[in-house]
Design a protein around this ligand. Structure first.
Ligand code: DGL
Length: 262
């Protein structure tokens, strides 16, 4: 599983709960954070590099736990992994499915990084659902960086969150996709600003269910009854990753290995 930093830990968390006997290897490409500011070409290149690297490490399934990366590089990752018999699952599609299923009014909001919004991936994924939806997308260029920097969140962050929520409130959406894996970490702030009746949709549950299904279909589910291992790789400073990641995962990370990617 990979992300540009610690955001994907919100997805990993759900997978650790739903798939407790599987082993997980998580890579945070924090050296090249933020992905949300990269071009589609740069993102696709990063996805190729990381996918190849994770395949070398012997993974049986790859999870792109980063919306910006998935919005640009899912097809590229599949091109590399599928010939080697490995499936790639990614955020975006699963959240679109959930949002279309739970919205009453059909007015859906998407809050995401500039890269994700500009890719049009959510618009396509929501248009592919079998009901007409009115979609309001908001770019949040600074939110992931604030989260990645860690706590404490101050009044400026609250103001920032409020300003991103404003267009969603004006559009009277009843469902908002948190289209960046960092955002569930500020879910209470978002919920307060949007109002308690607005449903927040995150990728975690849906991805965990998808991993479960794909592993079962391919007969790859771990057969052991023991608890699986999980370990972490990062491209930036391992100490900083450990510090922040532990708080975000709310579980010990153990030794974080720093890797050098081409
Ligand atoms: N977690 C990443 C995502 O889901 C975004 C953060 C970044 O800009 O790198 O898009």
């Amino acid at each position: 599983m990979f992300d540009s930093g610690v955001g994907g830990l919100t997805v990993l968390h759900e997978c650790l709960v739903s798939l407790p006997t599987e082993d997980f290897l998580y890579l945070g490409d924090d050296l090249r954070f933020p992905y949300g500011a990269l071009s589609q070409e740069q993102l696709t290149q990063n996805v190729r590099t990381i996918t190849s690297y994770l395949l070398e490490r012997g993974t049986k399934l790859i999870v792109i736990a980063c919306n910006s990366a998935a919005s640009a590089g899912l097809a590229a990752a599949r091109e590399i992994a599928e010939p080697r018999g490995v499936e790639v699952v990614a955020v975006i599609e699963p959240e679109a499915e959930v949002a279309a299923a739970v919205t009453d009014s059909g007015r859906v909001g998407v809050l995401a990084t500039p890269a994700t919004v500009r890719s049009g991936s959510y618009l396509r994924a929501l248009a592919a659902q079998h009901r007409p939806l009115t979609v309001t997308e908001v770019e949040a260029p600074d939110l992931a960086a604030v989260i990645q920097r860690g706590f404490p969140f101050d009044r400026n962050v609250v103001e920032m969150v409020r300003s991103y929520c404003e267009p969603l409130k004006r559009a009277e959406v009843d469902t908002v996709i948190l289209g960046c894996t960092h955002y569930p970490l500020v879910a209470p702030m978002l919920q307060r600003s949007l109002g308690r009746d607005v449903r927040l949709v995150t990728g975690g549950h849906a991805i965990a269910a998808m991993c479960q299904r794909v592993l079962a279909e391919r007969d790859l589910t771990a057969t052991s009854k023991r608890e699986g291992d999980y370990s972490f790789l990062c491209t930036g400073d391992p100490e900083a990753f450990t510090e922040l990641g532990t708080r975000f995962l709310q579980m010990p990370l153990g030794e974080v290995e720093q890797v050098v990617l081409p």
